[in-house]
Unconditional design. Structure first.
Length: 229
């Protein structure tokens, strides 16, 4: 994709440059999250600039944003690389996720409106149809509002939690969810766990909602550990 294809604006305007960086960032983010750019792989600026038909300046701006959302890291004498966590770091990350998302589910059971809960139920119905089409082998959720976990964190109405889980850690967590969780034999079970969690939120049961979320994330962590082993 060329720079001209990435934007339909005059490339000399500031808004065009910003739009190009946004779109390039989104393309690279997707490539990292879905594994097209493998974990630990070197970020080759000349190669990526050639592949996407963009300037090095636009590429560096996009890479800086990838660093900010923890998908890329710079190592001394090695340059920029796609992040790769050790097994110990992953366990720590999922332990943190279990605690924070458990809290988010507890708060969501109190704070989500009936309309938001109905919308969450409709989203799960879309997911159910998708899983059926994939014969239970894939449970791929798009990012943002099409992501069940994202919706629950947003539903907590807690700005600090939202900043942590929907901004700071979201894409890093999503990378491991996509590559090790969404495409696995656990797809049907994960969907059922989402349904139990939704039922607890609809019942306005904060304790059960937190318990269901913690158990769900813990099962995801164990699935990840098996995949890495």
């Amino acid at each position: 994709m060329s720079e001209a294809a990435l934007i339909a604006l005059d490339p000399g305007t500031p808004s065009a440059a910003a739009t190009l960086t946004d779109r390039l960032f989104e393309a690279l983010q997707r490539a990292i999250v879905e594994g097209e750019l493998p974990q630990g792989s070197k970020i080759s600026e000349p190669e990526l600039a050639r592949r996407h038909g963009v300037s090095r300046g636009s590429l560096r701006a996009a890479i800086a944003r990838l660093e900010a959302c923890k998908l890329v890291e710079r190592r001394p004498n090695l340059g920029a690389r796609v992040v790769e966590l050790s097994a110990a770091q992953l366990i720590e990350l999922f332990e943190l996720r279990e605690a924070l998302e458990g809290m988010a589910a507890r708060l969501a059971a109190r704070a989500m409106s009936d309309a938001e809960i109905d919308a969450l139920s409709a989203l799960l119905e879309q997911h159910r149809q998708q899983i059926a089409q994939e014969q239970g082998q894939v449970y791929f959720q798009q990012q943002g509002d099409l992501d069940f976990h994202f919706r629950i964190v947003q539903g907590s109405k807690n700005r600090q939690l939202i900043a942590l889980l929907c901004e700071d850690l979201y894409h890093l967590l999503r990378m491991y969810r996509v590559q090790f969780g969404m495409r696995s034999k656990r797809s049907r079970q994960a969907f059922e766990e989402h349904c139990y969690l939704l039922n607890a939120i609809r019942a306005r049961d904060p304790e059960m909602a937190e318990l269901m979320m913690r158990q769900h994330v813990r099962a995801s962590r164990r699935n990840l550990e098996r995949a890495l082993a």
